[in-house]
Design a protein around this ligand. Structure first.
Ligand code: CAA
Ligand code: NAI
Length: 689
């Protein structure tokens, strides 16, 4: 039962916020806070108060589960008004997380004590909202508008030490937090210090700041509402009038919290967490990963080694020979240099991480590793040879993971004597940056193996989604299907740049053709050739256009031409592509009617959803929301649209089904509605609830 406990330690009241696991501010906490302040005021034995969180952490914010439901008083801003107005000094004691409403409680208190490692942040923007309990008004008054804007717009927490540097934290508690807060409370009382209220401060700012921030982020904020409201709210804070600022913030919060964008972002928050819950793992525990090995120092191997080292895990990086190794190491050093130049990591951090990577050509380097991640050529024979070697060289209990993007995990596992320890870890390029990791469960992968890679992903700061061992796993299987559909539009007379523009209009950061050019068209070409050689059928809506481009030596950006032609990294429309499209259309006899932009978007999204429904029915994806997580974190699907499966629910599954039936009638094979979509259309929910 969530509560705010009231105890006394001598003449100091201690208010403990207790709502495990993260002390979220549920209604009972808000009511408890109001009651505790009233008790403090009327308690003659209490001369000041300390507010602290139970369980070694402060408060992770409002209870997100209450959003979108009827408001249950008292509202947090009102409760915090009472905290700030209290006539006895209130000291906030912060360990662990003080996020969102949690930090806003701290801002309403009169003094703040924190541990150096405490995490202080206003992450609301990541949920499509803005701080709704005074954060936009009190924070700028404490640390200045520029720093406050940075914290609120990035949503990223800062450490207690950094907060101390900014003046947000008054005292850093190196030892016992409670004792430090009590000591400060006693000192404030003993010195009879006047109460300091954040609302009385002045928010300093250069008036040009707001225009600059808006101009800098125009592109990034496309489709979002909250960042604009945040800028307006902080600007108001610099213009005086605390009450007017609070009223604006409240209204803006209510506008945002009821918006479709915020609903979608909240869906992703819970979807990300749901993806970590895997049925059937029983009480399998993740094994500790103290050391890792990466085999193959190519594009992916380097990125994976960096991801591990950046998380503090020592890595042996293996190649076939010294030359290849030297090339890989040089590329890795260049990547680290770029990350420092761009300011995404500090020079000392980069140097520390790099020092954790030990290049090697000898299998002896594998012996100490708890996991090896293989990232060699996408070739089954090569992979099987590598796995036989790994099996021999690695210690018992170690995990053997493959970064394959298309190959059968079971066939790879069969090259070892320990298929239970074999698993897919499909990273996305660049692996040190992209947040998604598809963990692929082979037929024999043990629960402990799965639990270990899921936990490892978290250590790396990534979001893992479990996929079944099926062609293309979750992400690329869907990509394949809507990529085919987009190619068909080219046969109908659309150009790659028209299709890309339509998808960017929907909110994708990059169109599908530009993305495929970036990844390289030859990879998929080789896969198609391999399928043909094995006598596998050609999917019904597969166009010949990508083959024609590859045959003409157009492999994408790296060869200077693909669906576009390239001037450096600039993609330019190319009439030669149109000629290839016309040739493919003529060969197939495709009727020429250029689809409208709306039709392009509908067809791409419906193809994604239909394909997603098939993956669900086959059990390749465990739940619809897993597919959303894959698309948001791995393929740049706009988070404010919540992923393709959430999009479909918002449209109405029956509406999407009708569209798919329409496409089926128009285009035939390849568009048959997925039976699961037909089944779930009536309830409108993927979970059938
Ligand atoms: N509300 C409700 N539930 C929450 C929650 C919140 N604010 N924060 C976390 N939880 C839940 C999670 O859903 C999860 O539940 P399940 O176990 O049922 O899945 C559980 O708490 C543990 O969370 P994590 O798995 O994420 O645990 P972690 O240790 O990895 O991370 C955390 C902890 C850093 C606090 C992370 O949960 C987090 O970032 N939480 C959200 C913080 C946030 O966005 N706060 C702002 C809320 S909005 C707000 O406060 C508006 C306002 O101004 C009033
Ligand atoms: P790459 O060609 O850049 O690198 C492969 C490296 O492996 C080369 O440096 C090669 O010398 C090395 N190698 C080959 N055989 C080896 C062996 N026996 N022992 C040690 N090293 C060996 O390839 P890339 O792009 O890094 O891909 C690697 C794997 O990752 C493939 O399975 C690919 O399908 C997969 N993948 C690739 C993605 C991408 O965007 N490039 C995305 C996700 C997965």
């Amino acid at each position: 039962m969530p509560e705010v406990q009231y105890h006394r330690d001598g003449d100091i009241a201690v208010l403990t916020i207790d709502n495990p696991p993260v002390n979220a501010i549920a209604q009972a906490i808000r009511a408890g806070l109001v009651a505790a302040i009233a008790r403090l005021e009327s308690d003659p034995a209490a001369r000041a108060a300390v507010v602290i969180g139970a369980g070694g952490t402060f408060v992770a914010g409002a209870d997100i589960k209450e959003f979108g439901k009827p408001a249950q008083p008292p509202a947090l801003p009102d409760a915090l008004d009472l905290v700030e107005a209290a006539t006895k000094p209130i000291i906030c004691a912060i360990a662990g997380n003080a996020l969102g409403g949690g930090l806003e409680i701290a801002l309403a208190c009169h003094w703040r004590v924190a541990t150096p490692k405490a995490r202080l942040g206003l992450p609301e923007v990541t949920l499509g909202i803005l701080p709704g309990a005074g954060g936009t008004q009190r924070l700028p008054r404490l640390i200045g508008a520029e720093q406050a804007l940075e914290m609120i717009l990035s949503g990223k927490p800062i450490s207690g030490s950094a907060g101390h540097g900014l003046g947000l934290i008054d005292v850093l508690a190196e030892g016992d937090l409670r004792a430090a807060a009590l000591a400060l409370a006693r000192q404030v009382v003993a010195e009879n210090r006047p109460i300091r209220r954040s609302r009385d401060g002045v928010a300093e700012a250069d008036p040009a700041l707001f225009q600059q921030v808006l101009a800098r982020n125009a592109r990034k904020w496309q489709g979002l509402k909250a960042p604009f409201k945040i800028v307006d709210a902080v600007r108001l804070a610099t213009q005086g009038g605390f009450r007017a600022g609070l009223a604006f913030e409240r209204q803006a919060f209510l506008d945002c919290v009821t918006s479709p964008e915020s609903r979608a972002q909240r869906h992703i928050f819970f979807a990300e967490r749901a993806a970590q819950k895997i049925p059937g793992l029983g009480d399998a525990k993740a094994r500790p990963i103290g050391r890792a090995a990466v085999v193959g120092a190519g594009t992916m191997g380097i990125g994976i080694a960096m991801a591990l080292a950046n998380a503090g895990i020592p890595v042996a990086l293996l190649e076939t020979n010294e030359d290849a190794l030297a090339r890989g190491v040089a590329q890795m050093a260049a990547q680290y240099r770029i990350s420092v130049e761009r300011g995404s990591s500090r020079a000392d951090q980069a140097a520390r991480a790099q020092a954790l990577i030990t290049p090697a050509t000898d299998d002896g380097a594998l012996a100490a590793a708890d996991i090896a991640i293989e990232a060699v050529f996408e070739d089954m024979d090569v992979k099987r040879q590598v796995f036989t070697r790994l099996d021999r060289a690695m210690k018992p209990g170690a995990i053997l993971a493959t970064n394959t993007s298309t190959l059968d995990i079971d066939a790879i596992a069969a090259a070892t004597t320990r298929p239970e320890a074999v698993v897919g870890t499909h990273f996305f390029s660049p692996a040190q940056i992209m947040r998604l990791l598809e963990a692929v469960r082979g037929r024999h992968s043990a629960p402990e193996t799965i639990a270990t890679v899921m936990a490892l992903a978290k250590t790396l700061g990534k979001v893992a989604v479990l996929s079944g061992n099926a062609d293309g796993f979750i992400g690329n299987r869907i990509l394949q299907r809507y990529g085919d559909e987009a190619d068909m539009m080219l046969e109908e007379g659309a150009t790659p740049w028209q299709v890309d523009e339509a998808l960017i209009g929907f909110g994708l950061p990059m169109g599908i053709f530009r993305m495929r050019d970036l990844a390289g068209l030859d990879v998929a070409w080789r896969i198609r050739q391999g399928r043909a050689a094995r006598g596998l059928p050609v999917p019904p809506r597969q166009s010949a256009i990508p083959d024609l481009l590859c045959e003409a030596g157009r492999f994408g950006q790296k060869s200077g031409a693909g669906f576009y032609r390239y001037d450096g990294r600039n993609a330019l429309p190319d009439p030669e592509v149109v000629a290839h499209c016309q040739a493919a259309a003529a060969a197939r006899g495709t009727a020429s009617q250029v689809p409208s932009a709306a039709d392009m978007v509908d067809r791409v999204l419906c193809a994604m959803v239909n394909s997603g429904a098939e993956l669900l029915a086959e059990g390749v994806a465990l739940r619809a929301s897993d597919i959303d997580v894959v698309y948001v974190y791995g393929y740049g699907f706009p988070v404010y649209r919540g992923g393709p499966m959430f999009w479909a629910e918002q449209q109405g599954l029956s509406v999407v089904l009708d569209k798919i039936r329409g496409f089926h009638a128009r285009y035939g094979a390849g568009w048959a509605p997925a039976p699961l979509l037909v089944e779930r259309a009536a309830s409108g929910r993927w979970d059938g609830g």
